[in-house]
Design a protein around this ligand. Structure first.
Ligand SMILES: *Cc1c(COP(=O)(O)O)cnc(C)c1O
Length: 409
């Protein structure tokens, strides 16, 4: 999607606007699959929470992906988009036993990440196969500095609790069919990831009837110059070799699974917003846009750096700007950023806006959420309408508080 196309789309659908490039999602998916093409049974479970529009889910379905879900609502979105229950993994954290049992009834693969729920679920449903989420306590601190940490993480069952876990499995006679880890953003380095994988292989030996090992995610995509990017090809080669060896040791073939979110959709997305005001102060030049952390919260929540282009004036002289939103709180997207000269009305383009952007949007300040557009086969398709004021009022229950009417509680 070049600037001309982006400008055209924003003219047609208005701003602020999210646009996703279907072909980029496909090329990322194919790149990952290719890196593991020596593994007989390889499966990608796209992490729905990154970007949950059902048209995006349908693209992934067509590519052959499954889904990784964290709420029963995400499971239902996946079923709605046409996924079979067995193509969906439910990997929640801190969710009630009741919700987990409801999802299990739908036929979805359950992944349990604490011993309390494992014992209760196994007691109630000894015949439903369950995957267990392990916390290998591995943190990256650079190549030669592998530290055993993250003892305080709320995710996963500690490897140190293995004796207790095995006792629960034995007592309940439940069937463990998968082993899982997802160490999130802790692992930046291929060798550190492989170290964590060893712990998973060790754990797997305790269970005789596994169908799959799920290595979660942890794939990095570059947001700004100099960012670490996972070398997927090198990673594929190294993990494949180790995995094939493990299969021999284990005595049967297993599915190797991943659950990438960001890797598949981050770079496919852009967020476009118009500049409402250019404001000089004693210390800087602010460019204020018609959006805020209600639409794109990653810069404020994580300090994420999204590259920003002025697609209305791409050849203009570069100047320094602080890009801010219109929310009545500090909502700074970027400080001292070099951007081609900005005029009021210009369209700014935020890169890497596919993952954890729209899916984290809110209605704060009673603003409506933006529209979403999918660019595919050289055509722009609206895949979610811009909200309207009606959406802001929906679900609000109006009561009569005049005439001393009693307010119901
Ligand atoms: C969020 C999440 C993912 C995806 O993480 P990315 O960094 O977006 O690739 C995978 N697995 C689980 C269990 C998750 O919660």
């Amino acid at each position: 999607m070049n600037n001309e196309i982006l400008n055209q789309i924003v003219k047609e659908f208005g701003s602020p606007l999210y646009i996703y490039d279907g072909e980029k999602i496909e090329s990322q998916y194919n790149r990952l699959s290719k890196a593991f093409n020596k593994v007989e049974k390889f499966k990608v479970y796209y992490a729905v929470k990154a970007l949950s529009n059902i048209s995006i889910l349908k693209i992934l379905k067509k590519l052959g992906s499954g889904l990784d879900t964290v709420s029963i609502e995400e499971v239902k979105l996946g079923l709605h988009a046409g996924f079979e229950p067995h193509e969906i993994i439910f990997t929640p954290n801190g969710v009630s036993l009741q919700e987990i049992e409801q999802v299990a009834k739908l036929g979805v693969q359950i992944n349990i990440d604490n011993l309390s729920i494992l014992e209760q679920f196994g007691t109630n449903n000894p015949n439903i196969p369950v995957c267990i989420r392990i916390n290998p306590h591995v943190m990256a601190g650079g190549n030669a500095n592998i530290s055993v940490g993250h003892i305080d993480s709320k995710f996963g069952i500690s490897i140190h609790q293995m004796p207790h876990l095995l006792r629960i499995v034995e007592n309940t006679k439940m069937h463990i069919n998968g082993i899982h880890m997802h160490t999130g953003s802790d692992i930046l380095d291929v060798d550190v990831f492989l170290y964590a994988a060893e712990i998973l292989f060790e754990t797997a030996k305790n269970f005789k009837n596994l169908d799959f090992i799920d290595f979660g995610s942890g794939f990095k995509v570059p947001y700004k110059k100099g960012d670490i990017e996972t070398n997927v090809e090198e990673f594929g080669k190294k993990l494949t070799k180790r995995f094939l060896n493990f299969e021999k040791e284990y005595g049967r073939s297993l599915t190797l699974a991943f659950e990438p979110g960001k890797f598949l959709v981050s770079e496919a997305g852009v967020f476009l917003a118009n500049v409402n005001v250019v404001k000089q102060t004693t210390s800087t030049v602010f460019a204020g846009i018609n959006s805020g952390f209600n639409h794109l919260i990653r810069p404020m929540l994580y300090g994420a750096q999204h590259h920003i282009d002025n697609i209305s004036n791409p050849k203009g002289k570069e100047r320094f700007y602080t890009v801010v939103g219109y929310i009545c709180e500090t909502d700074t997207f970027a400080t001292n950023r070099r951007i081609n000269e900005i005029h009021e009305g210009d369209v700014l383009c935020f890169r890497n806006a596919g993952a954890y952007c729209y899916s984290m949007a809110s209605n704060y300040n009673s603003r409506v959420k933006p529209a979403e557009v999918l660019w595919i086969n050289n055509e722009a398709h609206l895949i979610r309408q811009r909200e309207t004021f009606e959406d802001i009022l929906r679900n609000q229950v109006e009561i009569d508080i005049t005439n001393n009417a009693e307010i119901p509680v």
